[in-house]
Write a protein that binds this ligand. Structure first.
Ligand SMILES: [Zn+2]
Length: 116
């Protein structure tokens, strides 16, 4: 495979670091929202709760991204990186350069049969 695994590993680790950094920041802002709730009126309290829900949603998206990245890093360690988890074919290098954590080839990801 022509793929530069070391580049992919560095990219994945950089993305993981960015995600965990954001996570820590958002935990701080969620704490601030909770503190404010005793002092604000009903409407802004609803706003605050909505913001909190949004923060939770993006937090869980980040957590999912981190899980994907960890799985990709594990595949690098076990030499399985770059192969589709579903059909076992090589994932296109272009696709991996956009999202190194992707576990599926384009055919499997789009639900098309890979060899039909
Ligand atoms: Zn596939």
């Amino acid at each position: 495979m022509a793929l530069n695994i070391e580049d992919m590993r560095q990219e994945l680790e950089a993305r993981r670091e960015a995600l965990t950094g954001l996570s820590a920041l958002s935990a701080e802002s969620r704490g601030a929202v909770e503190l404010d709730q005793s002092r604000v009126g009903r409407l802004s309290r609803m706003d605050a709760m909505q913001q909190q829900e949004m923060a939770k949603a993006s937090e869980s998206q980040r957590a999912q991204q981190i899980v994907r990245i960890d799985a990709a890093l594990a595949r690098i360690r076990s030499d399985d990186f770059g192969f589709c988890l579903d059909c076992g074919e090589e994932i296109a290098e272009k696709r991996l350069s956009v999202d190194p954590a992707t576990p599926l080839c384009i055919d499997c990801a789009s639900g098309r049969p890979a060899h039909g």
